[in-house]
Write a protein that binds this ligand. Structure first.
Ligand code: FNR
Length: 380
């Protein structure tokens, strides 16, 4: 209503309300390298396209005369209260997109009470992001490094900085074949930005012989690359993690129901059905197509979250109908950040939540808990 009414006074929104248009605008604003980093995906980018196309194969069937005057979009996931079933996905090195990076995202998220998942690869230290978030809900996303001591240090720091849940990303123990980054020399580009959580960590510093300065910057970057992920991890390693984190843990990157079951067997509290926005396995199943079987396998025993391709309110409805308890957005807010910093992220959150609420109400739905498979039909 606010946006419609502002239009009466010729006050048009600073950014488009159609979030699918933000990518194009960000492309005009960002450098080719920065735009390639956020918009790019693995290989031919077929998975990224499939992620979006999957939503179009489902259609919402609106129901009428259901008294939708009283609406409440709030949910609770892994012990965190949320105003709507939308979280901010972990997105690394956000200062590539805006100088305030994760700090701007934290302020926008906290103002809306939205949960921000902060990446190990953030460009600001997680302690500083926590400070920017204040009382805002926050989860920590672990890229599980080779060095166990470094992993333990990350977990201890996240706990001390008030991150309430742990997200462990499994699908990115190494960066995939990403032509846009490969063609534009991503690592030299990253050299100028840095990955603060590694560079300031005492365990990391010990390994590179002291604080990271101009002199040992390249050595630090190489050490980061060598330690970033661990391809030898197996399901057995989760016991180590379970012992060291006493809050909820969700595994991100789950696409197969058997992996979801294994997560539950390993004592995990949630799964995030995700293909990293199509950035890892080119030719992989659309994340939305992987969702129903995963939800079937573990619903009721673990929280089921979803990401990869969410851009609109109707996308959220469809993901919830197919079994998600909540969804994460990645690029949608990353483009908002690129275009408008904190205000840009706020804009994206307000638009998506308003779009979701209207879409639900007009479909006869007042609460996320009312959204199930009966809401959808398969498009022919
Ligand atoms: C990501 N993603 C990601 N995931 C993660 O666990 N840790 C990270 O540091 C990052 N970094 C990152 C950077 C950028 C630029 C993008 C676009 C994505 C993946 C992210 O959390 C999420 O899975 C996807 O972004 C979801 O797909 P959409 O919403 O971008 O389509």
């Amino acid at each position: 209503n606010e946006i419609y009414l502002n239009g009466l006074g010729d006050a048009l929104p600073a950014l488009p309300t159609d979030l699918t248009r933000l990518e194009e605008l960000a492309g005009a604003k960002l450098s080719a390298q920065a735009h390639g980093y956020v918009a790019g995906s693995a290989g031919s980018e077929a998975t990224a396209r499939a992620n979006r196309a999957a939503f179009d194969r489902w259609r919402i069937v609106p129901r009428m005369l259901r008294d939708v005057a009283d609406r409440d979009l709030s949910v609770e996931v892994l012990g965190t209260a949320m105003p709507s079933p939308v979280l901010l996905a972990p997105v690394g090195v956000q200062s590539i997109l805006h100088p305030d990076g994760e700090l701007a995202t934290a302020r926008a998220a906290a103002a809306a009470g939205v949960t921000q998942i902060v990446s190990t690869a953030a460009s600001y230290e997680i302690e500083k992001v926590a400070e920017a978030a204040g009382d805002g809900p926050r989860w920590y996303q672990l890229y599980w490094p080779k060095d166990r001591e470094l992993a333990a240090s990350f977990l201890a720091r996240a706990k001390a900085a008030g991150y309430s849940a742990l997200v462990v990303t499994l699908d990115t123990f190494t960066l995939a074949w990403r032509p846009r980054d490969l063609d534009q020399a991503y690592l030299p580009f990253l050299r100028g930005i840095g990955v603060a959580n590694y560079y300031t960590d005492p365990v990391f510093q010990r390994a590179v012989g002291g604080p990271v300065t101009e002199e040992n910057r390249d050595a630090a970057l190489l050490h980061w690359v060598a330690n970033f992920g661990n391809p030898s991890l197996t399901w057995d390693d989760l016991a180590w993690l379970r012992e060291r984190w006493d809050g909820p843990i969700a595994l991100k990157g789950i696409q197969h129901p058997d992996d979801a079951r294994k997560a539950v067997d390993a004592g995990m509290d949630g799964v995030i059905v995700s293909n990293h926005g199509g950035r890892q396995v080119d030719g992989a199943i659309a994340s939305l197509d992987a969702l129903p079987a995963v939800a079937d396998a573990v619903k009721g025993r673990a929280a089921v979250l979803f990401d990869s391709g969410i851009r609109t309110g109707s996308d959220v409805v469809k993901a919830l109908a197919l079994g998600a308890d909540a969804v994460l957005i990645g690029r949608a807010y990353a483009y908002g950040l690129a275009l408008g910093g904190e205000a840009g992220v706020r804009h994206v959150l307000r638009c998506l939540q308003a779009d979701l609420e209207l879409n639900m109400a007009l479909s006869g739905l007042t609460r996320p808990s009312e959204i199930d498979l009966d809401v959808l039909v398969r498009d022919r």
